[in-house]
Write a protein that binds this ligand. Structure first.
Ligand code: NAD
Ligand code: MG
Length: 349
């Protein structure tokens, strides 16, 4: 446990695997997170049953992995811990179907707090409610575990009836490999609000808008779409990799002085106080639940705006240019790999 930060971070030595050893965990859903949690827990020696609908296309994959599969309500009935890993928009309906199977002292476990925080799922008073949320897509949670590495994650307790909710959540986090890397203690509210804000303002929303505006500015000024694509989208990965490795400082150290000076002068001028005010509005809509209400209503209406927005994004010129360039370069890379392969054979001769 590390407390040199303002938050507490837990590691393997803080987790007591005995807290989950004799329990049965029902993993509802076998998608990105579900397959990783189920397989990692199973290989950590936990009794796992995967809950999937009759006829679910995932049933075969789960069975092929050697896992027990049952319907969601049968799985929940057999379990002490019910891990809800179906899509967030589907969770309220799945919860309704399994609610009666939750016994005194059972645990409802989540990987994201949306439905609890915004009251779309109202858990019974006699169960623990916890969250173990890997900060990574499921395929990496699985791959890291297989390679004896960890995936950083979050842990939170919303409701502690047994008095052992946190201990059990940490044991779950250990079972999926998260305490190998470190698990930060948080609350459902903090996890949900920072997650939604981050994906809207910076990660998914902010960065795609920045890329599109940059691309359009160059193309409208007469530069070639290919150059605009490389400059505004492709190179973003190199910059982000440096920031990921060593923070903003490593990125600034690695680019030229001209890039550093120009970036420092122009960055805050472009993403300016107006953008900051918009971020604050975005955060407020997350905090008040306005965004959640909008998203829930959008789903209830059959996703009309979502469908339209998705289509417009797909139709943006940068997507077509990018697809063609990536194909071209993938082809060129294969070609040069096979050429160096030929050289290798010659050298060996
Ligand atoms: P997903 O969309 O990958 O998979 C969901 C699975 O649920 C499907 O594979 C299927 O097995 C099942 N399912 C789908 N529709 C269903 C229905 N109508 N009824 C019953 N079962 C159905 O979901 P995911 O991305 O793994 O998300 C699960 C949870 O994990 C969510 O709470 C999400 O916020 C959270 N989470 C996801 C990620 C991520 O990177 N994907 C990261 C952290 C947390
Ligand atoms: Mg997220």
């Amino acid at each position: 446990m590390t407390e040199e930060f303002t938050t507490t971070v837990y590691y393997d030595e803080d987790a007591n695997s005995a807290a989950i050893e004799d329990e049965t965990v029902a993993v509802l859903g076998y998608g990105s997170q579900g397959h990783a949690h189920a397989r990692n827990l199973y290989e950590s020696g936990v009794d796992v049953v995967v809950g999937l609908r009759e006829g679910s296309p995932s049933r075969e994959a789960a069975e092929d992995a050697g896992l027990n599969v049952a319907t969601p309500d049968d799985a929940a009935a057999a379990a002490d811990v019910v891990s809800v890993l179906v899509p967030d928009t589907v969770q309220p309906a799945v919860f309704e179907a399994i609610e009666d199977e939750l016994d005194e002292g059972d645990t409802l476990q989540f990987a994201h707090g949306f439905n609890i925080h915004y009251n779309q799922i109202e858990p019974p008073e006699h169960v623990d409610v916890t969250m173990v949320a890997p900060k990574s897509p499921g395929h990496l949670v699985r791959r890291n575990y297989e390679q004896n590495q960890g995936t950083p994650g979050l842990v939170a307790v919303y409701q502690d009836v047994s008095g052992e909710a946190k201990e059990e959540a940490l044991a779950y986090a250990e079972g999926i490999g998260c305490t190998r890397a470190g698990v930060i203690e948080t609350t459902f509210r903090e996890e949900v609000e920072t997650d939604l804000f981050g994906e809207q303002a910076v990660l998914c929303g902010g960065v795609t808008s920045l890329v599109k505006h940059g691309y359009e500015t160059l193309v409208d000024a007469g530069y070639s779409p290919e150059m605009a694509y490389f400059e505004c989208l492709n190179e973003l990965k190199l910059i982000v990799d440096l920031m990921y490795e060593g923070g903003l400082g490593e990125m600034w150290d690695s680019v030229s002085d001209t890039a550093e000076y120009g970036g420092l002068v122009k960055g805050d001028d472009i993403v300016d106080d107006h953008a900051r005010e918009k971020m604050e509005e975005t955060l407020e809509e997350v905090q008040t639940g306005e965004f959640a209400r909008e998203w829930i209503a959008e789903n209830q209406a059959g996703r009309p705006s979502y469908t339209q927005l998705r289509r417009a994004e797909k139709d943006h010129e940068i997507e077509d240019v990018g697809a063609r360039l990536r194909d071209l370069f993938a082809w060129a890379e294969e070609e040069s790999e096979s050429e160096s392969g030929r050289e290798q054979v010659k050298a060996d001769d």
